[in-house]
Write a protein that binds this ligand. Structure first.
Ligand SMILES: [Fe+2]
Ligand SMILES: [Fe+2]
Length: 194
């Protein structure tokens, strides 16, 4: 599937906004745990199920393709950009661990509160730092190259790229998460306008 890089960048940036919002939900659960309140582990599970199915399976591979596409015209940029693939591997590992821990808790296992707090904070910090770096370095370099018409189309392969949460149709397994997101947005807006 060929796509113009400009559209790809728009979609990647939209994904970042959505991911930042989900990381905010994780942060709130970490704060609840720290305050010795009851966390919503089901919410954390659903967020991590999404993180390991869409960002890890679609968003990050697309950025890997973008990175390699940039190198076709700017091989000298490699030194600055090459961390992207290692970052993605690290984020995927942290995400799977957190998702698996949520599965274990749902199955009745005991995992220390401090361990989950550290995992939530580490995951959020790692992914946020990575996204800021991408916007500053990877995406901005891609923006600079857009004038090159030879370069401004990219082959994304034939993979299904549908976003199962923020796309046009919410997958059944993410309906509860979407309802939570909508409820919190309404709540946050009420707080905002008070
Ligand atoms: Fe990325
Ligand atoms: Fe990204």
């Amino acid at each position: 599937m060929k796509r113009d890089v400009e559209t790809l960048l728009t979609n990647l940036r939209t994904d970042h906004r959505n991911l930042a919002m989900l990381l905010d939900l994780l942060q709130k659960e970490a704060e609840r745990l720290e305050a010795l309140e009851e966390p919503d582990y089901e919410l954390v599970h659903d967020v991590m199920q999404y993180m390991t199915s869409y960002p890890d399976a679609v968003h990050h591979p697309r950025e890997d393709l973008l990175y390699r596409h940039i190198l076709t015209v700017r091989p000298d940029a490699n030194e600055n950009l090459q961390r992207v693939e290692a970052d993605h591997e690290k984020i995927a590992k942290l995400g799977v661990k957190l998702r698996d821990d949520m599965d274990s808790i749902a199955a009745g296992a005991f995992i220390k509160r401090d361990v989950i707090i550290a995992e939530l904070r580490n995951y959020r910090e790692t992914l946020l730092t990575h996204m800021y770096w991408e916007e500053r370095e990877l995406f901005s370099l891609a923006d600079e190259l857009l004038d090159d018409s030879e370069w401004s189309n990219i082959d994304l392969g034939g993979a299904d790229d549908r976003d199962p949460l923020f796309g046009s149709r919410v997958d059944r397994k993410f309906r509860r998460l979407m309802a939570d997101i909508q409820q919190r947005i309404v709540w946050d807006n009420q707080q905002y306008f008070v």
